[in-house]
Design a binder for this molecule. Structure first.
Ligand code: S3P
Length: 419
């Protein structure tokens, strides 16, 4: 298989969610260019609209969010449906905790199984009242109101938890300090700072100081590195050629997978580095080389958490062993990604084994053939789609449409990249 050409992957999912939420909390209109048009981001837009925020979609690529400040968010008339989106649920729970009304968040079967105490406990400590009908998952009812400040030592390295607390602190106008076990993506901090909010980050500590309004700001959403990673993986697995991925967000907290590809032997050129709205971006030129296995440990995990399924698929074609540890969070993503990745690798004939907090994959060049069960998980579908497109692969994906959550044009982009 040979790759060629230049592609621009869709807008970053994390930044798209935040552009809508921060736009809603700002005073005045914010234009969002190149927002990701996917089911997850749509869930955030639908919820904000249900709270009274006007969001105009020009249809030409730009979206306008008409923020009326935190006080502009009013009680919803019905349940808020977050669909499949953990980011929507957790970030919005921070905002809702600080507003004086009750709301109930629901989601699909996968989201309803995911842990929400991680936001409910600290937001409860700030003064909001959370109640659950099914253990730790959705539906979740939030009775919000005046909050007090919080210093929180998070047990899990989670940008969603950190962001929920920073958003609660801003919305309630109280100070918040979040200590994390490992540094996670800092889009919320960067984007709040760009809008005039006093948020500081130092390594694993994020601090928000209250006071003042959030300024409306136009934003250009860079390409999603988590989507670009699938195409970079395709180039890594190719026999020849190279692939250019233009305008990819190069936030240091998001590019761990590309660093790992480089460690495995892949050649990546980082070109046209630029900066937009506080987020760096770059054009990546990815070309195959002989692949060798590698080791990924806890400190690196947050910078590539969503890319571990595709890294596992690339490892199946690398020489030697790839060992991932410190990634127990994978068990509570859109699916149990440790179990599903390993089960599917075995189903197509690769050598893989589960660890409690990660996995081991031993690479080979034998044919990889069979049917993959995605459990409706978009990143499982795309990871195995890439593996199936490489030489020696004949892989059927049970639910290819589930990519609509984060990367609706994935299958077309994959086909275009294969020369
Ligand atoms: C995200 C953070 C990560 C990531 C998710 C998006 C975000 O989740 O897996 O896809 O936008 O903050 P955690 O912070 O829960 O690890």
């Amino acid at each position: 298989m040979r790759v060629s050409g230049e592609l621009r992957v869709p807008g970053d999912k994390s930044i798209s969610h935040r552009a809508l939420i921060l736009g809603a909390l700002s005073s005045g209109p914010s234009r969002v260019r190149a927002i990701l048009r996917s089911a997850d981001v749509q869930s955030t837009a639908v919820i904000l609209r249900a709270l009274g925020v006007r969001i105009d979609d020009t249809g030409s690529g730009d979206v306008f969010v008409h923020g009326a400040g935190a006080a502009g968010l009013g009680a919803p008339a019905s349940d808020l449906d977050a669909g499949n989106s953990g980011t929507t649920t957790r970030l919005m729970s921070g905002v809702l905790a600080a507003r004086p009304f009750t709301s109930r968040i629901v989601g699909d079967a996968s989201l309803s199984r995911r842990p929400m105490q991680r936001v409910a406990t600290p937001l409860g400590a700030m003064g909001a009242v959370f109640s659950f009908e099914n253990g730790d998952g959705l539906p979740m009812t939030i009775a919000g109101g005046a909050l007090h400040g919080l210093t929180w030592f998070s047990e899990t390295a989670s940008a969603q938890v950190k962001s929920a607390l920073l958003l609660a602190g801003f919305t309630a106008s109280v100070p918040v300090e979040v200590h994390e076990p490992a540094a996670t993506r800092d889009h919320t901090e960067r984007m709040m700072r760009a809008r005039g909010v006093d948020v500081r980050s130092e390594g694993t500590l994020a601090t928000l100081l209250p006071g003042g309004a959030m300024r409306a700001l136009d934003v250009d959403v860079p390409g999603d590195p988590s989507s670009a990673a699938f195409l970079a993986a395709l180039a890594a697995l190719a026999d020849a050629g190279d692939l250019t991925l233009a305008g990819v967000c190069a936030n240091p907290g998001r590019i761990g997978a590309f660093r790992v590809f480089e460690r495995m032997g892949v050649r990546i050129g980082w070109e046209d580095m630029s900066d937009s709205g506080g987020e760096p971006s770059a054009t990546l030129v990815v070309a195959p080389r002989a692949l060798k296995g590698t080791t990924i440990e806890a400190a690196e995990v947050p910078s590539l958490i969503d890319e571990l399924p595709v890294l596992a698929c690339v490892a199946a074609r690398a020489e030697g062993e790839t060992r991932v540890t410190g990634a127990g969070e994978l068990r509570v993503k859109e699916s149990d990604r440790i179990a599903l990745v390993v089960r599917n690798l075995k189903a197509v004939g690769a050598d893989a084994e589960e660890l409690p907090d990660g996995f081991v994959v031993r690479g080979s060049d034998r044919p990889l053939q069979g049917r993959v069960e995605t459990g409706g998980d978009h990143r499982i579908a795309m990871a195995f789609g890439v593996l199936g497109a490489a030489t020696g692969g004949a892989i059927e994906i049970d639910d290819p449409a589930c990519v609509s959550v984060s990367y609706p044009s994935f299958w077309a982009d994959l086909a275009n990249a294969v020369a």
